[in-house]
Ligand binder design. Structure first.
Ligand SMILES: [Zn+2]
Length: 159
């Protein structure tokens, strides 16, 4: 009985400390990811000289951190959706476990439909922005892509 009581106490202590620990883990990982994203070169742009559907998300996050909401949406109009998709991807298994622990049914088809719908919106906005060329983020510079430069060296493209 006594042993059990001590055990319960320990467990309670652990549960009390957990949220603080989780906040720190998320702050540290979030900061590390943001730093990584800043030095990160979009591989699609690097290779082909064309932006990818996610381009501008890092700049949007930085603008948001300095409270410039307008600039954030200018860099990437669907950055909240991209962030949600990204965060959901990381936490998906935890969310699924918690959901099912509560005795609820997990609908895989609904999940797929929602993710596809969100992805579709991101893609549609990407195509529209690529065609409209209203933001420097969406600038197309094929000749700056490594593939084009390699083709130029090989004499297939350019001049
Ligand atoms: Zn990109």
């Amino acid at each position: 009985m006594k042993k059990n009581g001590k055990h319960m106490w320990k467990r309670k202590e652990k549960e009390k400390r957990r949220p603080v620990y989780l906040v720190w883990v998320h702050l540290v990982i979030g900061a590390a990811l943001l730093l990584l994203a800043v030095v990160w070169q979009c591989p699609v742009r690097l290779l082909f000289g064309v932006p990818c559907p996610g381009c501008g998300t890092t700049r949007a996050c930085i603008a948001l951190l300095s409270m410039d909401v307008r600039a954030a949406f200018g860099y990437q109009p669907v950055f909240p959706l991209i962030l949600i998709l990204f965060l959901y991807g990381i936490h998906r298994n935890i969310i699924r476990r918690k959901w099912m622990e509560k005795g609820r049914r997990w609908k895989g088809s609904l999940e797929t439909a929602l993710v596809l719908a969100a992805g579709g919106v991101v893609l549609a906005v990407y195509v529209a922005r690529l065609l409209l060329q209203t933001s420097p983020v969406m600038e197309i510079a094929l000749e700056e892509g490594l593939v084009y430069q390699a083709m130029e060296l090989a004499g297939i493209a350019g001049r």
